[in-house]
Design a protein around this ligand. Structure first.
Ligand code: H79
Length: 454
């Protein structure tokens, strides 16, 4: 296969139970929590509009000063069970938690560095407690790990000298040790989500990325690893130089989704990660950032957009430094959670509806097992009606409102379209469940001249 040594190890999507379950779940909660949640975007009286977790760079804070934030990490409101229930109420089926972000601060008591939660007043093993709580409520846990590390003295952006190479080799050993530590301490986790892998130093170490993937899968059978970890021997990322996906799913969609009509993306598993603010993953208390928050229903729209193209959505939450969830995130939990409680059948276990072209008024999804197609109306037309173009030879067998289960009247428009009235005052996207059957053409006695053997 192009002779790549560190490229893609398989050329087909994984189809084991673990991967099927990840694909089925469709909706995950991302958690960004660390020291950056305390200053929440402001430093020495100045508010920086950029992402809260980038504050050390935005405000050029010396590492020693940043590390002293650990003394304030008391998180009196931190309750792992409340977090887990919040994710469950949201309708998420898995969670991805930051163990170490770019600032290098570790939320577990790693034996390989002192820059951890163990050195703060909070002391407790945040990762261990969260893995336990989320697993308890039935959510799969994935661990986020930033390879980029602003704290570690051996981190390098590029390896240009023998000294850099030695340092970075030590750094990669440190990262491997930490990852082995995570997989060993928390064997219940289902996957790893890598970040901070775009620098020349990592790209020059494709072999390390493959070995890391292999190590984690050896320690945790069935573990799922995102493509962002991976580079091949040419430094080509996500997909190897010959074009095949590395890791288990494509994780390059960050704060964006593929175009809704681009069905080419359905050839691979993928996940998009999304913020509620325009751009902050850690909690940001700034007023301008608050003004950028997406409406909870936009997030419903993004979720079904992802599912309609066979992808997952990983929606980020950045709890406050005290361990509580800000009000706007609780609103998202309420609205998205309520919508999914009534309409989750069009999300979980669903994917692309082959043959149903992207309609401007919303999205189609299809449950591969039942064959039911869902029409999710995220943009109700001013006409108060939507027209559904049917695939060839498909007829409507039953059409119901997903939330009530009641039959919905519709009007035929020739053989290939139907028209459904939609309540223009609907307070959330209505969903129609469509059971279809194949149209059986009556055998014709006449010879069709177009089919004549010529
Ligand atoms: O954890 C969240 C962010 O803090 C983190 N990723 C999400 C999940 C993140 N780190 N950096 N960024 C987001 C900004 C990324 C900038 C990039 Fe690039 C653009 C990376 C690759 C292209 C600029 C150009 C920086 C490196 C090359």
């Amino acid at each position: 296969m192009g002779g790549l040594e560190y490229g893609a190890q398989t050329h087909e999507p994984r189809d084991d139970a673990s991967m099927r379950s990840f694909r089925h779940d469709r909706f995950g909660q991302f958690i960004h929590w660390g020291l950056y949640a305390l200053p929440a975007g402001s430093w020495d009286g100045v508010t920086y509009g950029f992402a809260a977790e980038f504050l050390p760079q935005s405000a050029t804070i010396p590492p020693e000063r940043w590390a002293r934030l650990g003394d304030e990490f008391t998180a009196p409101e931190f309750d792992p069970m409340t977090w887990a229930r919040t994710a469950r109420d949201l309708g998420a089926r898995y969670v991805t938690i930051t163990t170490k972000h770019h600032d290098g601060f570790c939320l577990w008591p790693s034996e390989y560095t002192d820059f951890t939660v163990a050195a703060t007043p909070l002391k407790r093993d945040v990762i261990g407690d969260l893995v336990h709580a989320y697993t308890d409520v039935g959510l799969a846990v994935h661990l986020y790990y930033s390879v980029l590390d602003w704290h570690h003295p051996d981190w390098r952006y590029s390896v240009d000298t023998p000294a850099d190479r030695d340092a970075f080799t030590r750094y990669l050993t440190f990262a491997s040790d930490q990852l082995r530590e995570l997989a060993t301490r928390y064997p219940a986790v289902r996957g790893f989500w890598f970040d901070g892998t775009w620098d020349e130093s990592v790209k020059a170490n494709g072999r390390w990325t493959l070995e890391t993937e292999r190590m984690l899968k050896a320690l945790i059978p069935g573990a799922i690893v995102n493509s962002r970890l991976r580079a091949d021997e040419h430094g080509t990322r996500h997909r190897g130089s010959e074009g095949a996906l590395m890791g288990d799913y494509f994780s390059g969609y960050e704060r964006r989704l593929p175009e809704p009509w681009d069905r080419s993306v359905t050839a691979e598993d993928w996940e998009a990660c999304m913020t509620i603010p325009q751009n902050s993953w850690g909690y940001h208390a700034g007023a301008d950032v608050a003004r950028s928050h997406k409406h909870p229903l936009e997030l419903v729209e993004q979720l079904v957009h992802a599912v309609s193209l066979g992808g997952n959505l990983l929606l980020n939450f950045g709890p406050r430094g005290d361990g509580s969830f800000p009000e706007f995130e609780q609103d998202v939990v309420g609205t998205v959670g309520a919508w999914l409680a009534a309409n989750g059948a069009c999300v979980y276990g669903c994917g692309v509806a082959e043959g149903w072209d992207y309609p401007g008024w919303g999205f189609y999804t299809r449950n591969a097992e039942t064959g039911v197609v869902y029409a999710i109306v995220t943009r109700i037309p001013v006409s108060g009606a939507v027209v559904l173009q049917l695939p060839e030879d498909i007829r409507i067998h039953r059409l119901t409102a997903l939330d009530t289960g009641e039959a919905v009247p519709f009007e035929h428009r020739g053989d290939r379209a139907i028209r459904i009235g939609v309540d223009r005052a609907a307070s959330a996207p209505p969903v129609f469940a469509i059971e279809t059957r194949h149209h059986e053409t009556a055998p014709s006695a006449e010879v069709n001249p177009d089919l004549a053997d010529v």
